[in-house]
Design a binder for this molecule. Sequence first.
Ligand SMILES: [Zn+2]
Length: 310
Amino acid sequence: MRRRFARFAALLAFAAGTAAAEPPRVVVSIKPLHSLVASVMDGVGAPLLLVKTSADPHSYTLKPSEAQALDAAQFVVWSGPGVETFLEKPLAALAGKARILRLDREKSLKLLKAREGGLWEEEGHGGHKHTRGHAHGEIDGHVWLDPDNAAAIVRAVARELSQLDKGNAAAYAANADKTVAALKALDADLRRQLAPLRGKRFVVSHDAIQYFEKRYGLAAAGSISVSPERPPSARRLYEIRSRILRDKVVCVFGEPQVPDSLVKTAVEGTKARTGQIDTDGGAAVPEGKDAYAAMMRNVAKALADCLGRD
Ligand SMILES: [Zn+2]
């Protein structure tokens, strides 16, 4: 009897303790990264997502409520200014108030340089703001598109959260283990699905899936390098068409922020098909811990649907 009461008392104390402890205030830039962080925080709290569905992280504008949330954040996760250009200034203004995990500088990740030359080269280099362009020699910030990097992100997030919130360190570690195991299974699935696509040539709208290509033995021939603000010139379109014909490019992929008409123009007079790749998740993928796997499966499906047809 006494024993049972002691157990009950311990339970009460535990419940009071958890109710009193607020989960850490965490802000994440984009949906796939938010998904990985949500997975690590599962059962403890929920991170806030900044760039919601269909917005372009390269040219996003923070809402006042989001700027407030950022100001109050204890931990912020982003890829870096190559992708979330809009966060560079607000994060600099936070000036050490929050822990910041910037992934394009995270040494535990496999980091690749943004591609240059040929169809990877952008038009009219120099000073053009708000494009999806990348400076020479810059790290390609789309680091999350390799499940190994996703696992490294999960480990880094668990490490930072455990330092910030020691009381939940065991939960973060257990969640990280579970998430990394799920990422391994996802990787094996994608490898199987994408193996038949090796050697097929395609063009992307901007250099966003390099990590995915390297992981699964695919190789894009180049990019249209367009932005909604700056459509390609007639000369660029001629270059792309010549490349499609010369390299036997099977597919040209657009993305949600790029008008379909532009991709159709690029393939005019060639036999190339068109598809769409969304590396941020998109409307069909609800935010949360399952968003990462759903986004990766959608990228693989988009590639397979277009490249796999004969
Ligand atoms: Zn991008």
